[in-house]
Design a protein around this ligand. Sequence first.
Ligand code: TGC
Ligand code: FAD
Length: 398
Amino acid sequence: KNLFNIDDAFLFESELNEEDRLIMETARDYAQSKLEPRALKGNTEEYFDQDIAKEMGEMGLLGVTVPEEYGGSEASYTAYGLIAREVERVDSGYRSFMSVQSSLVMYPISEFGTEEQKQKFLPKLAAGEMIGCFGLTEPDHGSDPGSMVTTAVKTDGGWVLNGAKMWITNSPIADVAVVWAKAKEHKDDKGVIRGFLVEKGMDGFSAPATKYKMSLRASETGELVFDDVFVPDENVFPDIKGLKGPFMCLNSARYGIAWGTVGAAEFCYQQARDYVLDRKQFGKPLAANQLIQTKLANMMTDITQMQMLAYRLGKLKDEGRDHPSMTSLAKRNNCGKALEIARISRDMHGGNGITGDYRVIHHMVNLESVNTYEGTYDIHGLILGREITGIQAFTPKG
Ligand code: TGC
Ligand code: FAD
């Protein structure tokens, strides 16, 4: 007899192959036993534990899609997504670290880098011995990175960078930053966006931390400031030019977020379910009320849809049949739904829901960032709107 599974209603986990399942179980064990206690402490104390980066490296959880010869596992995109789900079930901040390291730093070095760049950076990044960050957003250019003003002007043997990036995950602790800047052969050229590997300690380069965040407190966030920073030619991606470069990285990271938010939402739903079965008001469990039951039914329905989208997108990526608009749809839907589920779960916990003990408010405030970064909910709506109508509505020009 088939039993209905209230955590995996359409049985997607039964579709996983042996290798993906093993990676999921490894990530789940690690996240639940080792990450959780320290992530909670880090969230309270606004602190990122760099030992966790090394442990994740040792467990093979970083850069899993990167070729083995550079320290990756050459695993599937499905496996990568499943890791994101397990890490974000505990804390979106540590999933952020993992997404940036894997999709926004290792992926571009692996895809766009020279052989020397791959040899120099990838094995250490895979081991968590080196931490990377990704600088696209600027103080005045977030949703519209094409208008960036950070420049790299050609000089003998390299490029001179000036400008600043803001809201950069991992920046204060990063050994290497993948920085997207307008590269100009001459100071007055219009310039074309190119990717630069800026290393900690380069003259004129600093990465101040952004403190007192109320969201993603266990994740390090900061700026990247370039004051006449000389970057040698060997630290430039040789061929990739234009916004396509950073967006290709984002296709991978946004996909990881579509999975990560499944983990956060599952946690909030399961926590709400346990709570309402246990807590009594008016002489009966909260779970005995119709309003409560429909909330749980909606959560389970939304989570099932989120799982289906993420799982199917992973398969399409593994087959090379994905399209960036699929990623926008999944990132937007899953962030929006996870945030709604976290807010409703918080409400169902009553007063207890505002304490750290039950953890749902922790997910709720973290998901506010997740819904904003890597393209906001509305920006992904506009990407889909452009796909549907053929009309771009980002700028008044139409
Ligand atoms: P648009 O004209 O649409 O495109 C310019 C060029 O880029 C190509 N392209 C893509 N290529 C691959 N994948 C994609 N997803 C692509 N999207 C666009 C496009 O084909 C074109 O190529 P070409 O060869 O014709 O030049 O550019 P636009 O300036 O009109 O952009 C519009 C818009 C709004 C969609 C885009 O700017 C956007 O996505 N904005 C959102 C910004 C964003 O997502 N920022 C993320 C920063 S990183 C981050 O948040 C990390 S958080 C990490 C964590 O902690 O987890
Ligand atoms: P804005 O672009 O100013 O948008 C503000 C509001 O206006 C949003 O609601 C948006 O949807 C809306 N809006 C904007 N344009 C339109 C429009 N045309 N039509 C309708 N509505 C519109 N960036 C990196 O490069 N690397 C990182 O590692 C990184 N990490 C981050 C970590 C955190 C914790 C956070 C919060 C952000 C991070 N970001 C990073 C930056 C992130 O990608 C941007 O915050 C995001 O793209 C939005 O840009 P913005 O904050 O400038 O908001």
